[in-house]
Design a protein around this ligand. Structure first.
Ligand SMILES: [Zn+2]
Ligand SMILES: [Zn+2]
Length: 241
């Protein structure tokens, strides 16, 4: 059922590509939404990364963020390192209504999720505040989370996890400021998440502060476990500030 829905979704995108030939969201090359050169230039986020919080580490280094923070999610991971063409693609997804790239990136995340072998009951996107949602017209994380859930035949909801207060932009904030900015900013529906293993999907994980607060809300509401997955991970460290 879910996979049939996904096939319809994919067919719609393929028809749109035929009517409006796409350009690569990473480098602008004509003909595809995401080209092989961009994919090859990125590869999977290279190890070593922290197996718990997903932070890229130096060889032999013990995770400094896990040393100072008790992360509430079971594990967080990302498909790519936030660099080169993936920066362009995520910028276009967020600010240029480039929704075609969301489908491509959701597929890359779903492959990654299958490799990780996490057992998930429910997929939710990191919610946007009402103001931001109104400005942009859509939530970029939902554009990634929905096709991901459809492809894997997992339950999906964009209403279960909500932002309960507006927060300022996280851009240019230090780790500590980010943490304060999103503290207790989310709430979750108690009935809907009780006993569930929830996957929270975001476009970028920076310090993990947002993922931490989403996890807090879901666990407070009775979820049994929370996992976090994003398209990309920056090298920012919570422990650096
Ligand atoms: Zn490209
Ligand atoms: Zn860690």
């Amino acid at each position: 059922m879910a996979n049939n829905l996904y096939r319809i979704y994919q067919t719609t995108w393929n028809c749109l590509d035929w009517v409006f030939p796409p350009f690569c969201s990473g480098c602008g090359k004509a003909g595809v939404r995401w080209c092989d050169d961009c994919e090859i230039s990125l590869g999977t986020l290279p190890p070593p990364v922290c197996q718990r919080c997903g932070l890229p580490l130096r060889i032999g280094e013990k995770c400094p963020d896990c040393a100072i923070e008790t992360f509430l999610f079971t594990r967080a991971a990302s498909r790519y390192s936030y660099e080169g063409p993936i920066k362009n693609a995520l910028h276009r997804l967020k600010y240029n209504n480039d929704l075609g790239i969301a489908d491509v990136l959701a597929m890359r995340m779903s492959d990654h999720l299958e490799d990780l072998q996490w057992r998930i009951d429910l997929v939710v996107p990191v919610p946007l505040g009402r103001e931001r949602r109104k400005e942009r017209g859509y939530n970029q994380s939902a554009m990634l989370a929905y096709p991901l859930a459809m492809k894997l035949g997992l339950k999906y909801s964009s209403h279960i996890l909500k932002r309960i207060r507006e927060t300022g932009s996280q851009v240019n904030l230090t780790g500590e400021e980010r943490r304060k900015n999103v503290a207790r900013a989310f709430g979750a529906n108690r009935v809907a998440v009780k006993g569930m293993v929830v996957l929270v999907v975001d476009d970028i994980i920076t310090t993990g502060a947002t993922m931490q607060e989403c996890s807090r809300a879901l666990l407070d509401a009775g979820a049994s476990e929370v996992y976090g997955l994003s398209v990309a991970r920056t090298g920012n460290r919570m422990s650096a500030t």
